[in-house]
Design a protein around this ligand. Structure first.
Ligand code: SF4
Length: 113
């Protein structure tokens, strides 16, 4: 198991939100749409797929999707949850791994794949 470093530096976490941040379509939507049931209930694969597709459809026309994505990718692979920036947590982890490989840095994301 590779246990060397981790994600890119979280510099974007402290960046000011873009001007159209309040126009993001996820604003005011149920949290369950993005992260699944909160009551401990397990979704069926079909329910999860339908929910994720609905969330991704909202992200598809989001004016701040790039900012959202970079903010999420600044987090650790272990801190990826739900649909954000039109991607699942697994899809964002894969993107973090690809970026880390591209930049020549070792990651420990293989352990969470
Ligand atoms: S891209 Fe990010 S900010 Fe925009 S709708 Fe999706 S989760 Fe919300």
């Amino acid at each position: 198991m590779n246990t060397t470093t981790s994600a890119p530096p979280p510099k974007l976490l402290w960046q000011r939100e873009p001007a159209d941040w309040n126009a993001r379509p996820c604003l005011g939507t149920p949290i369950e749409l993005w992260f699944g049931p909160e009551d401990g209930r397990r979704e069926s694969p079909e329910e999860a797929a339908a929910r994720e597709e609905e969330a991704k459809d909202l992200c598809a026309w989001c004016p701040v999707v790039e900012f959202c994505l970079e903010t999420e990718l600044a987090l650790s692979p272990f801190d990826q949850h739900g649909i954000r920036a039109g991607l699942t947590a697994d899809e964002r982890r894969a993107l973090i791994r690809r970026r880390a490989r591209r930049s020549g840095r070792a990651t420990r994301t293989e352990a969470v794949a």
